[in-house]
Write a protein that binds this ligand. Structure first.
Ligand SMILES: CC(C)(COP(=O)(O)OP(=O)(O)OC[C@H]1O[C@@H](n2cnc3c(N)ncnc32)[C@H](O)[C@@H]1OP(=O)(O)O)[C@@H](O)C(=O)NCCC(=O)NCCS
Length: 324
């Protein structure tokens, strides 16, 4: 159904089925270029990842669970928005349109309101122009970011307290997992506003899915961070090697008593050196928007944001005045 705002000529219309295959091919190309190439540093791997991502959310046989709409404004400017309803949010998975961004945003908010969503989530590749223009309208807060460090460009310094990385033992892995499951559950609870039991189950399941064989899970490298002078185990690093050129840090963790002394910086520096030694060219990671310490650390080390989720509350429609 067409939907337009009073006084605003931008409209959302059904996307023509005949154009779906071409849109999918273009979406694979956008993801390859703007999402996966910066994170995988290899064209074949980036293409495979982009295909997999699009096949999952926009299968060749047709959309289910997401919505693709055509954007049309009075100048004849054309484009599309790709949306997904998730719990109480309306996600903008991607968009491409020459419509004025303030009008497009107002239209998306009206669409969200009509679907009883309480927030708009812009799930954006930072290099994509339309969602960048939407983000620039303001009112968004950062929910999470996925960042990449180009190890060829990053400066390799060994300043600061020396740390050593060594493979976790069964005991250090068990201790790490207990603490990590607990900390991640806290993040889930505060981000998704769910009960503690639900957050804990969600956290445990995510760890089990990612590490089905514990510290021996294929492709995963679990390392203790050891403060070299005292020989104390002060934290943990969890890397996944993604051949042929990338690695992803699932976790960088310092025990609370050891934070704020330069050891986190030293640990990420040591991880970058370990990656270089393995022939890795790009190190990626994800961080919650609220994690100011980690974001400041990664920014200062030269990580750049590749994709991010931004949240903007959707104000309820003002009540319509009834007859007196
Ligand atoms: C994030 C974390 C690894 C940082 O380690 P750390 O040893 O505390 O950090 P460092 O002392 O090495 O500080 C490095 C930089 O981080 C930033 N930083 C550290 N603590 C900070 C704080 N409380 N507020 C803002 N920035 C902070 C600063 O940019 C700092 O650089 P500077 O000292 O030159 O200003 C650590 O705090 C931690 O384990 N947190 C809990 C787990 C976590 O959130 N991991 C990240 C998951 S993505």
């Amino acid at each position: 159904m067409a939907r337009s705002l009073p006084g605003v000529t931008v409209q959302l219309l059904p996307f023509p089925a005949a154009d779906y295959a071409a849109w999918r091919a273009a979406q694979v190309e956008r993801r390859r270029r703007w999402q996966f190439t910066p994170l995988w540093a290899d064209d074949a791997a980036a293409t495979a990842q982009a295909r997999e991502a699009v096949d999952e959310l926009a299968p060749a046989e047709g959309l289910s669970g997401t919505q693709l709409l055509r954007v049309l404004d009075s100048d004849g400017d054309d484009g599309w928005v790709w949306l997904m309803r998730q719990e109480r949010d309306l996600l903008v998975l991607d968009a491409e349109s020459d419509a004025p961004p303030d009008r497009l945003l107002a239209l998306l908010e009206a669409h969200a309101r009509a679907a009883s969503a309480t927030a708009l989530i812009l799930d954006r590749m930072v290099a994509a122009p339309t969602t960048a223009a939407l983000a620039a309208q303001g009112g968004f807060t950062v929910v999470s970011q996925t960042m990449a460090l180009d190890l060829a460009d990053a400066v390799d310094t060994e300043d600061g307290p020396p740390v050593t990385l060594r493979p976790m033992t069964d005991a250090s892995f068990a201790a790490y997992l207990d603490a990590a499951v607990d900390e991640y559950a806290r993040e889930i609870r505060s981000t998704d506003h769910v009960a503690w039991g639900e957050a804990l189950d969600h956290s445990r399941k995510d760890y089990e899915d990612l590490l089905p064989q514990g510290r021996a899970s294929a492709g995963h490298v679990l390392l203790d961070v050891v403060e070299s002078q005292a020989g104390a185990r002060v934290g943990a690093l969890w890397l996944e090697v993604r051949p042929p050129s990338a690695a992803f840090a699932y976790d960088v963790y310092l025990q609370p008593d050891w934070r704020g002394r330069g050891l986190g910086r030293a640990a990420v520096g040591a991880a970058a050196r370990w990656c270089r030694g393995e022939g890795v060219r790009v190190l990626g990671l994800s961080v919650f928007g609220r994690n100011a310490a980690a974001r400041a650390l990664y920014d200062s080390l030269g990580f750049t944001v590749v994709v991010e989720a931004l949240r903007r509350p959707v104000e309820p429609a003002p009540p319509v005045a009834g007859p007196r």
